[in-house]
Design a protein around this ligand. Sequence first.
Ligand SMILES: [Zn+2]
Length: 280
Amino acid sequence: MSTTDTNPRHTLWLRTVLAASAVLAAGCVSLHRAPSYGQPPAQTAYTLWVGPFAVRTLEPLDEDGVEARALREVADEVDAILGSRPVHDPIEVFLFSDRGRYEQFLAAHRGKLPYRRALFVREGARRKVYAYRSSRIARDLKHEAAHALLSVRAGTIPLWLDEGLAEYFEPPTEDRHLQPDHVRELIRLYDHRLWRPDLERLAAIDHVADFTRRDYAEAWLWCHLLLEGSETTRREVVAAIERDGGRSLPQRLALMAENWPNRVLEHLAGLRVLCEQLER
Ligand SMILES: [Zn+2]
């Protein structure tokens, strides 16, 4: 595997991807024992029902707009890939009209939590997503809504699996769960001997503050391999989530096969080729 790439178009793409990654470093945060966020009164003027989501906005929201389509899409994808499950209590999505209003709300409510572009918060039985309209809103909503849907299924699941799956469900459907920025970043790190796949290391990270951009990328890669690699591994992921929220998944994988790091690296090499084909 090599990052040598003399194609100027690819080099430009890589630069763009790295710039985007720097923005992405803000990432998201998924909070299961959060301080109370209360109800943002300015965001409750309108509610649009989209599948299991109640989308609260200040202005009426187009039911065929980018936000509603993203939420419908992620609900359908999670059901299709992990199996359909009923959502009894609606997941509230507080969609702010701009970054200023969102930051104003966070400043008043988030306490000492780090700033994130979007949030998923669980307060008892209530599940809430907070986000603001931007050029990334569809991805932000898909990512946070995936956390919310996983939380409905399994309560608290391990950080690596939670973030890996959210990253997996984040891209638009037509991108086939690919995250080219993660592919490029992992290949660069691997070529510089700065990274090798290590699920034991990844699964030992408990706190989101310790979860780096590299960890998001590796978590996504494991989930991509497990869900796309074979029907057997996909079923294992689904069964582990049902059984114990996915906590036993690393042990189950160790029993299923050896040489997982090599499998992951082979999968990464294949994804690099796929990404380059799609870019042409
Ligand atoms: Zn996340």
